[in-house]
Design a protein. Structure first.
Ligand SMILES: Cc1cc2nc3c(=O)[nH]c(=O)nc-3n(C[C@H](O)[C@H](O)[C@H](O)COP(=O)(O)OP(=O)(O)OC[C@H]3O[C@@H](n4cnc5c(N)ncnc54)[C@H](O)[C@@H]3O)c2cc1C
Lengths: 264, 765
């Protein structure tokens, strides 16, 4: 780790001010990605701005027909929330599948989405549930948010404050875990929403993406069998020591079918 | 003798210390004035160093020294020895703790930076400038033997370091010639990384007045390593070097070797006159700890017309890595050859091993060290034979076991087997596994779309390690009893096992015993930890010492009561004159002291007469999800013959840990070097170790046949679990896959591998 200035602001405005004042500032949520990066000297920020002291970023609440989850909500809080369980059970289940208890007790939904790791779970939920990313300055629609490998629509000095998930009619998530890290090699969320069926994939590509032909098939008949004849092209999919692109393409279909079966 | 004696499932007395965070590991130790060391390691797998410039690093703030190979040679220090003696020539390749001309694997140390604090050392390490000229790289066994392969060492043409032979090749040829059936397999034993919870660490200290060096480090043994440091590196009398290993957070074999960092912190401490510490990071562990296994074996079994085994021929290629580690060549050769052939009556064995150099981390011992490799080959062949011949694998084994009435039996591998009831052990394992219910369970799995398989393996091993051990018992003035012993607990519960032996013989309470280990300054000799030797050898040495104490006490009591020795009875820590009410306690006699020592202090020595042969039968069931290829282990049962058990709870812990380690190798642990020699599986993000939820309930029973080769009748239990687990699990996976036309699979059995095989099989059908 290189030396840096440490800040712990108590409001979003102060955090943004600190970020703007720094020559190369970094926001810190639970530090689950940031701290290992610093420890391995892969990043050298001038300032680290800890979001832990900002009350307005915490908490999970229902707002009309939506669930609003504060950026600093930990995975463990989402996985342990009765509110989430009753409003969007599929999201509750997804949060419980993230990493291991240690990771869930530190990692946050805001950090996960800001980081946009190709293997993270939440991106599948954000896309499939057509969530809105709320930042210090605007709202970003899910379909506009993920732009590439570790890339999002966020500006360099933009801070996620909350994520708003409209309540779906039903949704389900299926995950094929990396045996070592337990990130998603492939994760698929299937949702029946007011705006139609949405199918979103994480782990397989550079960032989360939707599968229009799967959505059409499920709109016709919402059943696992409806996907049986479909396939995904391996081209452009991730390939690593755990899974080739070809295997991932296969897993997308299998996980999509399992997600349909898991729909609640 | 009651609840703390031999055979009792006593809870570990050391756990209070470990669980409350009161243990003291190497990194917990600090010395005044200490400096921090960081290594600059090769980023290339194979390259010439054209230029090495440390000037900027040396000038950085807080830096005390930046040391290189040139400094090392200028100081006249020696090369790191390979200690293996395997009965055939080994090309002893010169290995230095720092490389100055050429690096041979990623992580090879090039420079040592010593600074006032860790951050300063790391900052300076980034300033070391190295001009590499990359050379072609070879990491895989077969590729390294190709005529056009990049050559690592001029001393070892063809990348070959040795060619070991064991057995009777001519007899083997003859047996194969008259065989009715021959079964052949080519098997990969995958490379694994030990990754103990506590990474390697070393703290070097130099005392200018006496010229003595002291190394505190996390290790499995101290005496052998001190000898190597004294004779080969520093060229000092051994008493000028003291090695201290405090509490150790797991070693699994990997902490038994001489590593560059141990030498470097001592050398730097001597040059700078201040203590120097180094703590390995996890990523350094992956790159630079000794790895293990990494073999390919071509194996063949000859059978006669009645399906009796005739002969076994095995040709192994063993990946030694870039350098020969301390015991490296011993592992695939003599550690395997003793048990080649397993628990079966064979007429001949021909075992050939070629040691191959590659641009990878050196390999050496890892739990089982050679015996898992042997057991895997034999059991896979036997299973394959059963399928090829269309016979029941259980019956085929039963037909070929060495039978109790044949004991003592001279095996084809040249060992004398003293005890064992292989058929009985297999029967008990099958019963414990409810093997009879397998068909029903398989049908249930199939109804859920899953494939189910059952695997059985009868492993047979030999406990190895340094063959002698000594134990000293000292009665302290505060009433405590000090056990000074040369074995080394790495967390396996040795302290508890020894306390039970002491309690059994002398009635001493377990709390009263204090174990002193891992310090050449306090323990005169010792063989450390390795080869499942500790309780077997140390326990017998202690047993002898305790008996000696008992008899010394008897003599003192007889003298006190002016009676014959034969009239003194000893029980529960009290000497009584038979038929009278006159008595004296052991504690009272122990408090009689002369020249600062108790009259009862005693020393016991034990030297192994012969190997002991732990053996057992593992039966497991796996389920496969054919859509994803994921294998889950559903059931596991073991029956072991470890001879007499000192503490069944400790033994169960060893067996459980071993099985889980085996499961890791079979299903999860995949060490991957890409073509350029970079380690892809260089962190826990990619190197998958087993977790609790990967493991089913492990059922365990024993069928002990005490060995007459040592007074306590112990066989050693530390490695067995991971020896039986490899073949049992792979055979179970194959049992699930065979109906789909798949008859061979190599470890690690990853989901994608299974998925591909099933897809190919489907396409072929
Ligand atoms: C061993 C391990 C296993 C894991 N397994 C999984 C898994 O299975 N599934 C999964 O989805 N994830 C997994 N993760 C990721 C983890 O769950 C976290 O979501 C992720 O690491 C982000 O961590 P964090 O919230 O602590 O953010 P930090 O590490 O603190 O920050 C990450 C990045 O986001 C930025 N950031 C943080 N908060 C904000 C904000 N509010 N606004 C703008 N930018 C912000 C930071 O500047 C930084 O660049 C795993 C992580 C580890 C270490």
């Amino acid at each position: 780790m290189y030396a840096f200035e440490f800040h712990r602001p108590s409001s979003v405005a102060d955090a943004i001010a600190a970020l703007k004042a720094a020559s190369d500032g970094k926001l810190m949520a639970g530090g689950q990605t940031l701290i290992p990066t610093l420890k391995q000297r892969l990043a050298q920020p001038s300032d680290v701005i800890d979001l832990g002291g900002i009350k307005e970023l915490h908490g999970i609440r229902q707002d009309g027909n939506s669930l609003v989850i504060g950026a600093m909500a930990k995975h463990g809080e989402v996985a342990g929330s009765d509110l989430v369980k009753s409003v969007i059970p599929g999201l509750h289940e997804l949060a419980g599948l993230i990493g291991d208890p240690q990771v869930r007790n530190r990692g946050t939904i805001g950090g996960s989405l800001a980081n946009s790791d190709p293997a993270a779970d939440y991106p599948a939920a954000v896309l499939a549930l057509n969530a809105t990313i709320k930042t210090d300055r605007r709202s970003i629609a899910a379909d506009d948010y993920f732009t590439g490998l570790f890339q999002t629509a966020l500006a360099d000095d933009e801070l996620i404050t909350a994520i708003s998930f409209p309540r779906p009619e039903a949704c389900g998530y299926a995950k094929f875990r990396n045996p070592a890290s337990r990130y998603a090699i492939v994760g698929v969320m299937v949702a029946r929403t007011g705006g139609g069926v949405r199918v979103a994939v994480t782990g397989a590509g550079p960032c989360a993406f939707r599968l229009p032909d799967f959505e059409r098939a499920l709109a016709g008949s919402f059943s696992a069998d409806a996907l049986a004849g479909l396939s995904v092209s391996p081209s452009g999919l991730n390939s690593d020591m755990h899974a080739s692109a070809e295997y991932r393409a296969h897993l997308v279909r299998v996980m999509a079918q399992r997600a349909v079966k898991a729909v609640r | 003798m009651g609840q703390f004696g031999i055979g009792q499932p006593m809870r570990r007395k050391e756990d209070e210390r470990f669980l409350k965070g009161a243990a003291s590991y190497t990194d917990d130790l600090t010395l005044p004035e200490q400096l921090h060391a960081v290594l600059v390691r090769a980023s290339f797998a194979h390259a010439l160093i054209n230029r090495l410039d440390v000037a900027a690093a040396q000038a950085a703030p807080g830096v005390q020294a930046v040391l290189t190979a040139a400094d090392y040679l200028a100081d006249g220090l020696g090369a790191m020895p390979c200690m293996a003696e395997i009965g055939c020539p080994i090309t002893r390749l010169p290995r230095y703790p720092l490389q100055g001309e050429r690096v041979r694997h990623v992580g090879d140390p090039v420079a040592l930076v010593v600074a006032d604090n860790l951050a300063a050392a790391k900052d300076a390490a980034e300033l070391v400038e190295i001009d590499y000229e990359p050379l072609p790289v070879v990491t895989e066994l077969a590729a390294a033997l190709a005529p056009s392969a990049p050559q690592l060492w001029p001393e070892a043409p063809g990348n070959l370091a040795f060619h070991f032979s064991h057995g009777d090749a001519a007899a083997c040829v003859a047996a194969f010639a008259r065989a009715a059936h021959v079964v052949e397999l080519e098997l990969v034993n995958n490379r694994v990384v030990a990754a103990p919870m506590e990474p390697r660490a070393a703290l070097g200290q130099y005392d200018e007045a006496s010229g003595r060096l002291t190394l505190r480090f996390t290790g499995q043994a101290v005496h052998g390593l001190r000898r190597q440091l004294a004779e080969h590196i520093f060229r000092l009398p051994p008493e000028q070097i003291r090695l201290i290993a405090p509490d150790v957070g797991g070693g699994f074999g990997m902490k038994n070797f001489l590593y560059p960092e141990m030498i470097l912190v001592l050398w730097a401490a001597r040059r700078l006159g201040r203590p120097v510490r180094w703590l390995g990071e996890r990523s350094e562990g992956f790159l630079a700890d000794a790895h293990a296994r990494d073999q390919i074996a071509k194996a063949a079994l000859a059978l006669d017309v009645e399906h009796r085994f005739l002969a076994l021929k095995v040709e192994t290629l063993a990946n030694m890595g870039a350098y020969l580690s301390t015991h490296g060549p011993l592992i695939p050769t003599r550690s395997s050859s003793a048990v080649m052939g397993g628990c079966y009556a064979l007429q001949a064995v021909d075992f050939q091993v070629r040691g191959v150099m590659t641009n990878t981390a050196p390999t050496d011992a890892y739990r089982g060290a050679g015996r898992p490799e042997a057991a895997y080959i034999i059991e896979r062949l036997v299973d394959q034979a059963a399928h090829q011949l269309g016979v029941d694998p259980v019956e085929l084994r039963a037909r070929n076991f060495i039978r109790p009435e044949q004991l003592p039996y001279r095996t084809a591998a040249g060992q004398t087997l003293d005890s064992g009831d292989f058929a009985g052990t297999m029967r008990q394992a099958l019963a414990l596994a409810d093997s009879a219910g397998f068909a029903t369970r398989r049908a249930k799995s199939e109804a859920r779309g899953r494939l189910r398989g059952q695997g059985l393996a009868c492993y047979f091993e030999a406990t190895l390690g340094i063959p002698q051990e000594a134990a000293e018992l000292r009665f302290a003035e505060d009433g405590g009893v000090e056990l000074v012993i040369g074995t080394m607990s790495n967390g396996q519960g040795l302290e508890t096992g020894y306390a039970q032996i002491l309690n059994e013989v002398l009635g001493i309470a377990p709390e009263a015993m204090r174990m002193i280990q891992g310090d050449t300054g306090q323990v005169p000799t010792g063989g450390g930890h390795g080869g499942s030797r500790s309780l077997q050898l140390g326990g017998n040495a202690l047993f002898k010492a305790a008996e000696e104490v008992r008899e010394k006490g008897r003599a003192l009591a007889a003298e006190q009561f002016e009676t014959a020795l034969a009239d003194i009875q000893f029980e529960d820590g009290i000497y009584r004159v038979a038929g009278t009410d006159r008595s004296v306690t052991l504690a009272a006699l122990a408090s009689r002291r002369t020249q600062g020592r108790s009259l009862l202090d005693a020393r016991g020595q034990y030297e192994r007469e012969a190997f002991s042969f732990p053996n057992g039968c593992h039966v497991t069931e796996v389920e496969i999800d054919p859509e994803t290829g994921v294998v889950t282990v559903e059931r596991y049962a073991v029956c072991d013959d470890f001879g007499r058990l000192i503490n069944p709870l400790l033994v169960k812990g060893q067996v459980d840990g071993g099985i889980v380690q085996g499961l890791g190798q079979v299903l999860l642990e995949r060490t991957v070097y890409e073509g350029g020699g970079q380690l892809l599986s260089g962190s826990f993000m990619d190197y998958a170790m087993p977790r609790a939820d990967d493991v089913p309930d492990l059922r365990f029973t024993t069928n002990p046949t005490p060995t007459p080769t040592n007074p306590l009748g112990i066989k050693g239990a530390g490695e067995a679990g991971c020896i039986g687990a490899l073949p049992a699990l792979v055979i179970a996976v194959l049992d699930a896959l065979r109906p789909h036309g798949i008859h061979q699979i190599d470890m690690p059995i990853t989901p994608e591998k299974v998925w591909r095989l099933l897809r190919q099989a489907k396409a072929a059908a």
